[in-house]
Design a protein around this ligand. Structure first.
Ligand code: 1HN
Length: 328
């Protein structure tokens, strides 16, 4: 998709398009630009100096930085500057604008719960952002803006929430909208990768290798109501046992190369490739290299399926017997 993205970057200015995203259209979904029934996925390209105007909407959105330095999303007044592998959340109803302060074009992967929200017929988009003057003395003086002023210090999400087990006692300034999503908007790759590799010699899960879920640090729950964000490592030569569950997921390979067998189809992947695992299909992941780790990032609709009381998960144990499991 990289040449397609570069082409899109030449013919269309992001200011003219609101966003410039190449959407993953699953051919099994009747022509819809959806990756699964609940999830929309895309690669976005930002040229140096470009900005995408501020807007907000009911779908929850996320960015995972694939390439480039200097990309940023300003979420609810926090400017999150991305390095490769960083996860940035733009939860439902929070204003967000994007840009590229760097010198090279950059690419990130977007995943939104938009198909699910559209199926509920409650999708709205709002574009008329305005700000009051600094001193707030006269709210009638609000002015229309295409980008947000930054209201938090650089690195706020990381500084306040990145240490497991201790929480700030000074409130979240409404950052989580009453607990609906994580007040931490920026999850840095450095921290996540360190957590993965620290567990390298642990047994892990026979079905997932070493896997972590990004969580709301104040509740331990998934960071957004409709999506679960995960990252997993397969050690050199590691091949998982088969499992399946009733959720669907979009995956992106972040490091290494290998393949995933989905039912009887083998999906080969290497760095930056994206693939989908549909609901209730047997899958197993194989690291194609004997001595290099694989890192996979994935976003699933697990919380929706769980809340609906429709979650079922099965695994095949080492003897090949099918076993129902309730939790991971
Ligand atoms: C959207 O709002 C963004 O905010 C990116 O950056 C991609 C794809 C479809 C619909 C809305 C963004 C999108 C999108």
């Amino acid at each position: 998709m990289e040449p397609q993205l570069a082409g899109a970057g030449k013919v269309l200015g992001v200011e003219d398009a609101e966003r410039r995203a190449l959407l993953f259209a699953n051919p099994g979904l009747g022509g819809k630009y959806h990756a699964t029934r609940t999830l929309l996925g895309a690669y976005s390209l930002y040229n140096p100096g470009e900005t995408a105007p501020v807007h907000r909407h009911t779908p929850c959105a996320s960015r995972f930085a694939i390439s480039g330095d200097g990309g940023f999303t300003t979420v609810n007044g926090e400017k999150c500057v991305m390095d490769r592998g960083d996860l940035i959340l733009t939860p439902a109803g929070l204003w967000h604008d994007h840009g590229n302060d760097g010198t090279d074009p950059l690419i990130w992967m977007d995943v939104l719960d938009l198909p699910y929200v559209e199926s509920l017929n409650c999708s709205y988009f709002e574009f008329d952002y305005s700000e009051a003057p600094d001193d707030q003395s006269n709210s009638a003086m609000r002015s229309e803006r295409t980008t947000q002023s930054v209201r938090y210090p650089t690195g706020y999400s990381e500084q306040v929430y990145a240490r497991g087990g201790i929480l700030p006692m000074f409130g979240d300034d409404g950052r989580s909208q009453g607990g609906r999503h994580s007040p931490k908007y920026h999850y840095r790759w450095e921290t996540t990768r360190e957590a993965l590799f620290a567990m390298k010699d642990h047994d892990g899960s026979p079905y997932e290798g070493i896997m972590f879920e990004y969580c709301d640090p104040t509740t331990g729950r998934p960071v957004m109501p409709n999506m679960s964000f995960r990252v997993q490592m397969l050690r050199g030569g590691e091949a998982t046992l088969s499992c399946r569950d009733t959720s669907s997921a979009i995956y992106c390979c972040i490091e290494g190369a290998g393949y995933t067998e989905v039912r009887d189809v083998r999906l080969e992947w290497q760095e930056n490739d994206v693939f989908v695992i549909p609901n209730w299909m047997w899958r197993r992941h194989v690291n194609g290299s004997p001595d290099r780790e694989v890192v996979l990032y994935s976003v699933s609709d697990f919380p929706i399926i769980d809340r609906a009381g429709s979650l079922r998960r099965q695994v095949k144990n080492e003897q090949g017997d099918i076993v129902d499991v309730v939790s991971f």
